[in-house]
Design a protein around this ligand. Structure first.
Ligand code: HAM
Length: 397
């Protein structure tokens, strides 16, 4: 992240912070690394993330640690460890920070990237599903992300998924010879990934595959119907995609993903879903929960570098290289109490410092004289003398 990218990124942070706070979310930070076990158990042993994308190392005590590849398992760990289930439910949290995945880097895909995410723990109400989706939709819109589309599906409960998985495995085994070798090798470990394959022959087979969405138990189907009805009410457009596969194993019921047509192959800007079993799996009480995460770098790419302007300096104080430097420094400290004020580079010629004032977009420039100050209005080019600091502050309003 270079300085020229900072204004857009900081503006995005500000917009996320204010939108999430006004929707009742509290900010939290979890450590950059955790016990490897947390991700192995939380994200799922069979996932790509755990199998090949984690930066795992041993500390000096021989413990296996992992740079966090995602934020949901750590948030659940913190929820359990800090007794957040005893607080009024649901607990609504959001986070922003660096995440790490050992993937082949390409446009929009990095080994260290930044996610903004939110998690709502302690409610299984479909209105919460609709609310978290709506919040992400609003954030992406406010960020100016272009060509955004929402895909939605439901995975049902773990039991429904288990029965369905057996049905799908049988379907895949019967057609094993037409499947790509990596799909075939993982029929038992992760048959759902077959829907994600880019292999043409596998895709042809999957056209006739049974769909989980047609196997949802009555209350799961009802839950999904209510989520859809609420999104319809809110005017949030989506496409039901029964083949939506998320790369993490903890999901139950609602899953969703926002993509952007403005991005290349890595089109996923943000996604998430329900994980009603995860807190319990990590040793906490049974707690229904849902959340999402979105990649900051991808949001900014999807916004097409819509420039957040660098905040212009208000006052530029040219600093001469003689004893007037002290008066300049005192003035700068005084101005900084309630204005944006930038110090010139001491020792540089006055001409050079005036150019610098132009470059930072200063509204006013002050040159410290033996007695008083020269004040230049950078817009009109008008210059005048003022005798005291108070007079100067009054003059610039
Ligand atoms: P995820 O879909 O794995 O979900 O990641 C969320 C977002 O992080 C992606 O949509 C993408 O924008 C960004 N992202 C992921 N990997 C990379 C990468 N290598 N480079 C750049 N950006 C990347 C999760 O992480 C879940 N924890 C979301 C969640 C929260 N589900 C429930 N709660």
């Amino acid at each position: 992240m270079l300085p020229e990218d900072a204004p857009a990124r900081l503006a995005l942070f500000g917009s996320c912070a204010s939108k999430l706070a006004s929707a009742g979310y509290d900010y939290l930070e979890t450590p950059a690394f955790e016990d490897t076990e947390l991700f192995a158990r939380g994200v799922g042993e069979a996932t790509d993330i755990v199998q090949k994308e984690m930066f795992t190392f041993e500390d000096m005590g021989g413990r296996s640690l992992t740079l966090r590849p995602e934020g949901t398992a750590p948030v659940c760990r913190a929820y359990v460890e800090h007794g957040m289930h005893k607080r009024p439910q649901p607990v609504k949290l959001w986070y922003w920070g660096p995440f790490f995945r050992h993937e082949a880097p390409q446009a929009g895909r990095f080994r260290q990237f930044t996610q903004v995410g939110s998690e709502v723990l302690g409610s299984d109400d479909p209105a919460v599903d609709a609310e978290v989706i709506a919040v992400l939709s609003d954030l992406l819109e406010a960020a100016g992300a272009r060509g955004v589309r929402l895909r939605l599906s439901s995975l049902g409960t773990a039991e429904t998924r288990r029965d369905y998985t057996e049905e799908l495995k049988a379907f895949l085994r019967e057609r094993a010879e037409s499947l790509a070798s990596d799909v075939r090798a993982r029929i038992d470990a992760n048959p759902l990934r077959a829907f994600d394959s880019s292999d043409a022959s596998t895709q042809a087979v999957m056209k006739d595959a049974p769909l989980l969405i047609h196997r949802l138990a009555g209350d799961d189907a009802q839950h999904f119907a209510e989520v859809r009805a609420l999104l319809d009410e809110a005017g949030i457009e989506y496409e039901v995609d029964p083949a939506l596969v998320r790369g993490l194993d903890y999901y139950t019921r609602t899953v969703f993903e926002f993509t952007s047509d403005a991005l290349g192959a890595q089109s996923g800007v943000g996604g998430g879903g329900r994980y009603d079993r995860l807190v319990e799996q990590l040793g906490g009480p049974a707690t229904a929960a849902i959340g999402w995460a979105a990649g900051i770098e991808r949001i900014l790419l999807a916004a097409g570098g819509a420039d957040a302007p660098r905040p212009a300096a208000d006052v530029f104080v040219a600093v001469p290289k003689d004893e007037r430097r002290r008066a300049a420094f005192v003035l700068l400290r005084r101005l900084l109490r309630d204005r944006a004020a930038v110090m010139g580079e001491p020792g540089r010629s006055m001409k050079g410092q005036m150019k610098q004032a132009d470059r930072v977009g200063a509204r006013w420039t002050v040159i410290v004289e033996e007695q008083g100050f020269e004040l230049k209005d950078m817009a009109s080019g008008e210059q005048r003398s003022v005798a005291t600091t108070d007079e100067l502050i009054e003059a610039i309003g």
